[in-house]
Ligand binder design. Structure first.
Ligand code: GAL
Length: 975
């Protein structure tokens, strides 16, 4: 049954002069094990405890105490038997009590109303012992007219909230199960003759430059007047007026105050004039193609769950803008209404999604799915209706979404019809029914880039129904989810974004997802950490799948978010196939690049050799190629000629904002990119001789034992040195992608890469060098790497190492890396300073490196680590030509020489430095479990496997995959 005893849903306008009192604060509270609490709504709850409202009762004492149950995480599975619409007897139920007084004068005129912005999942409202309403729809508002139940003195408000209800079956979103009154509660005065609801139509006619405004009010009132002071407009409600305006877009979020007055009330709206339309199969805004560079956002804070504060909402919006995100899908429910006010104001395109997901029916073959059962139609229609009525006045909302992963069925059509009857001005979205029968855009989640390319060209596989197919084939295409940001990732963004740039049909997409939902908690000894599924004693859970965001739980931008900023940048800078050439592309739809300085630098060996500025201004959508040779002329070759041949030289171009910089990642600005203008040349072969010693040899600063094993490098003892092919699996490595027969982690396990053993075949002095021939292979497998290690003396303090790897045998799949592992005894490894030259400053991988630019960077080993919520491979730096490590007994300099993989030369090596081993990293479940072990663990790699998005979506693409292939790595060590 839809909610009973409630008022008609209405717009959540940002301003009104009608009085309101916030009822937030500590409410009396008691938790019962079943819905049948036996407590009289007239019982004031004297002697009960209290919880904060808004809040979830499970988090009421977090992270120190959990007096009212604990959070629980499942992705798809229902934590209750699938028995709709019934729920188990065990049903945690909160009884809330609060006294309130009605301000003087309110009752002389009009009504007194209680407004709940969100209560999870079912609730009953009583005032002074009188039960007035029952409601549900956790992320939707409910208003209850309490006028007739009010008494003279303080009034007793009683709210009973159950954790489980019939509506749980509609709210199976991938998130924590958290209950209670988690959004604001307000006492409203609704004056007689006031403005209950407004329908705002504020379109933009891009042909004439005019805004078209029409504001209707409910109930209709002849005295209702609409004013736009800034435009000098004054008209009657319901009438249409036109005026020249500045349009609204995410690029320029221009808003106009609109006042709607009756004698009893004035409400204020903020109108943005814009028109969203599908024109010829292209999604457009104000006549220009609309490209959504988006993220999926759940509401979340580590100690508050979905009871997010306004400060967090603002921080989310600003962090999105700083990382060049221009769109949000409010996965998978309408957000707190204030979030949409912020999107209007700061400029974000919003796909507002209905509070509907029935994913837990999928494992049952969708048997009993409410989406396809007419009995549920009124409930589903109630939900979309409440969303559209609440939010339709927001210019930021460019599309309605009927829900997520709720399967197909009759109620999709019913919801679509209900939305269209309320608002025909926005396209409809729903991914769950690929026929797209009831919607206006074709949407999918996690297709491969190959399939996306087919769709981009209108060449997708046909639907069985020819009429539906013909209809869908001319729809714009949206990736409602792509690039799963779980743990270290996502990799492979450009494959999708290049298609979006090239093809009119592609309207862009939304990365999954914005925030890692780690819940702040503590170990038994009080150590704080962020928990995920299974950390709260759940009977069923989905582990780390909840930690899949671009922001780490403490709001640190993950390397994935910095990469996203580079990938979404409005000024795209890319190397082209032509030598020493960059392509600039202005991705803005309405804005030229005049607000950006196009600054270039010639960077060699980490130093800036020359710099300058292009005086180009690119019009919206324009692209242009620039050649370093044209810009620098003869200077370029002259500068390169003077360079040390072992240095790489890069031409780097940045779009630097001229005015206010809202805090874009500093090295990226409004967009940056680079092209290699000169590849490094390996140093000539060293000719010094190894010196035989009592126990083996001495090669420059390196002592080798009789088996050719390095035992000291300069002053540092060696704990371990050998070829390596493994890494601590990322979440993407651990999970096999939908599109692959074997997962990467699985292949590495089968190849035994995590348990490598070395067999030494031969050690000899050859031509003054020490040459070690060995084989490294995993227990229980017969594939392995033949290794030839050559040590040559350069001088007393310098040695040359060449490691040549050749795979042998039959391999089950990819390798994690091909390189050399060196662990040096180092009591304070985390504090060791690393001064390095290469692509930085952050970590980068073969399919995630747009944010890594040529330069010279300084970090401590601790700073090189990324503390993913679930520990895993992290921190690799690529294109490293030199690194100086500040070891306890003096600096050790590593200089890359020849680096080759599968017979191709690579500019620089990949460097990783950690205060713990990969084994420890792989075994840790949370960052605090990682303890420095007294060694500095260095990986010097010729190649490392990319990241991909296998946890949800495709794995690593062929061009970023590390395969068993011959590899050579030359490194000069100077101690
Ligand atoms: C999608 C779903 C999201 C999330 C994601 C995996 O299928 O729509 O809600 O579960 O997978 O993280």
């Amino acid at each position: 049954m839809p909610p009973t005893g409630v008022r008609a849903p209405r717009s959540a306008v940002p301003g009104t002069d009608a009085a309101a009192v916030a009822l937030d604060g500590d409410w009396r509270f008691r938790l019962f094990p079943t819905a049948d609490t036996g407590v009289d709504p007239a019982d004031p709850g004297d002697g009960w405890g209290s919880v904060p409202v808004p809040g979830h009762w499970q988090l009421a004492g977090a992270p120190d105490a959990w007096p009212h149950g604990r959070p629980a995480y499942t992705n798809v599975l229902f934590p209750v038997p699938v028995d709709p619409p019934r729920v188990p007897r065990d049903n945690p139920t909160g009884e809330y009590r609060r006294a309130f007084t009605v301000p003087a004068g309110w009752r002389d005129d009009g009504r007194v109303v209680l407004r709940f912005e969100g209560v999870d999942s079912w609730f009953e409202v009583a005032v002074n012992g009188r039960v007035l309403a029952q409601s549900h729809g956790s992320r939707l508002p409910t208003e209850v007219d309490v006028t007739d139940a009010l008494g003279e003195g303080p009034n007793l408000l009683a709210v009973r909230v159950t954790q489980w209800s019939a509506h749980t079956y509609l709210e199976d979103q991938d998130q924590w199960w958290l209950s209670g009154i988690f959004r604001d509660v307000t006492l409203l005065h609704r004056p007689a003759g006031g403005v209950e609801h407004v329908t705002l139509h504020a379109a933009y006619d891009h042909a004439t430059g005019e805004g078209v405004l029409r504001v209707a009010v409910e109930p209709a009132r002849p005295d209702a007047v609409v004013e736009v002071p800034e435009l000098g407009l004054r008209t009657r409600a319901g009438e249409e007026v036109r005026a020249r305006v500045e349009p609204w877009s995410a690029e320029s979020p221009r808003l106009y105050d609109v006042l709607v007055r009756t004698a009893a009330e004035t409400v204020t709206l903020r109108a943005g004039f814009r028109t969203v339309e599908v024109v010829g199969g292209v999604l457009t805004l104000n006549g220009a193609p609309l490209k959504l560079r988006g993220v999926n956002r759940h509401e979340f804070e580590p100690t508050r769950g979905r009871a997010v504060t306004r400060a967090t909402m603002l921080a989310d919006v600003l962090d999105m803008k700083r990382h060049h995100v221009n769109a949000v899908r409010t996965s998978h429910y309408p957000p707190h209404p204030h979030f949409l006010d912020l999107c209007d104001e700061h400029g974000l395109y919003v796909v507002d999604e209905n509070d509907l997901e029935t994913h837990g029916f999928e494992p049952l073959g969708w048997r009993g799915n409410p989406t396809d059962d007419p009995a549920w139609e009124p409930l589903l229609v109630d939900r979309v209706t409440r969303m559209v009525r609440r939010d339709a006045h927001h210019p930021s909302v460019v599309m309605w979404s009927l829900g997520n992963e709720a399967g197909a069925g009759c109620n999709v059509g019913a919801m679509a019809a209900a939305v269209r009857a309320l608002d025909a001005s926005r396209p409809l979205h729903y991914e769950g029914d690929w026929s797209s029968e009831h919607v206006d855009v074709y949407s999918r989640m996690y297709p491969t880039s190959e399939e996306t390319a087919l769709i981009a060209r209108g060449e997708e596989a046909p639907l069985p129904d020819a009429t539906l197919d013909a209809r869908r084939r001319v729809m714009p295409f949206v990736l409602c989810e792509y690039a799963h940001a779980m743990g270290n990732g996502p990799g492979g963004l450009t494959e999708y974004l290049d298609l979006v740039d090239e093809h009119a049909r592609l309207a862009g997409g939304f990365v999954w997802e914005w925030f890692d939902h780690g819940i702040a908690t503590r170990t038994a000894d009080g150590e704080p950490y962020f928990g995920y599924g299974g950390d709260f004693g759940e009977e069923l859970h989905d582990g780390t799948f909840i930690a899949d965001g671009l922001l780490l739980p403490d709001r640190t931008p993950s390397p994935g978010l910095v990469e996203l900023a580079a990938a979404y940048a409005p000024v795209r800078v890319r190397a082209t196939q032509a030598p020493r050439t960059l392509e600039l592309r202005n991705r803005y739809a309405f804005t030229s690049t005049a607000h950006a300085r196009l600054v270039w630098t010639l960077v060699a060996d980490g130093a800036v050799l020359a710099e300058g500025e292009l005086d180009d201004v690119l019009a919206p959508g324009e692209r242009r190629e620039v050649r370093a040779d044209d810009v620098l002329g003869d200077r370029l070759d002259a500068l390169l000629a003077d360079l040390d041949p072992t240095a790489a030289a890069w031409w780097v171009l940045r779009a630097v904002p001229r005015g206010d910089d809202p805090g874009f990642p500093a090295h990226l600005g409004l967009g940056a990119g680079q092209v290699l203008v000169r590849a490094p040349v390996p140093p000539p072969r060293a000719t010094g001789k190894a010196v035989p010693t009592a126990g083996g040899w001495r090669v420059g600063p390196v002592e080798l034992d009789a088996t050719g094993r390095p035992v000291r490098v300069g002053g540092a003892a060696v704990r371990l040195a050998r070829a390596d092919a493994w890494r601590a699996p990322t979440d993407n490595d651990r999970i096999r992608s939908w599109y692959d027969a074997v997962g990467d982690g699985e292949a590495w396990e089968r190849a035994g890469l995590g348990r490598l053993h070395e067999r030494v075949d031969d050690v000899r002095a050859e031509d003054g060098a020490v040459v070690v021939t060995s084989r490294v292979a995993g227990a229980a497998t017969d594939c392995g790497l033949r290794v030839r290690t050559t040590w040559r003396t350069v001088d007393e303090r310098t040695a040359d190492l060449v490691v040549e790897l050749t795979p042998e045998g039959r391999w089950p799949g990819t390798v994690a890396r091909l390189g050399w592992l060196l662990a040096l005894e180092q009591p304070h490894a985390g504090g060791v300073r690393v001064d390095w030259t290469g692509l930085g400053p952050g970590e980068s991988y073969a399919d995630s490196h747009l944010a890594a630019l040529a330069g010279r960077w300084q970090h401590t080993v601790d700073e090189l680590q990324t503390r993913y919520t679930h520990p895993q491979e992290n921190g690799a730096r690529r294109g490293v030509t030199r690194a100086v490590l500040g070891l306890a007994d003096g600096p050790l300099t590593l200089t890359a020489g020849e680096v080759r993989v599968a017979h191709r030369t690579v500019p620089g090596l990949e460097l990783t430095a950690r205060p713990w081993s990969d084994r420890a990293l792989a075994e840790a479940r949370h960052p605090h479990e990682l303890v420095p072990d007294g060694a500095l663990w260095l990986h010097l790699d010729a190649v490392q496997h990319g990241l991909g998005s296998a946890a949800c979506g495709p794995g690593v693409q062929a061009d970023a995959a590390a395969r068993p292939a011959p590899a050579t790595l030359q490194v000069r060590l100077r101690a």
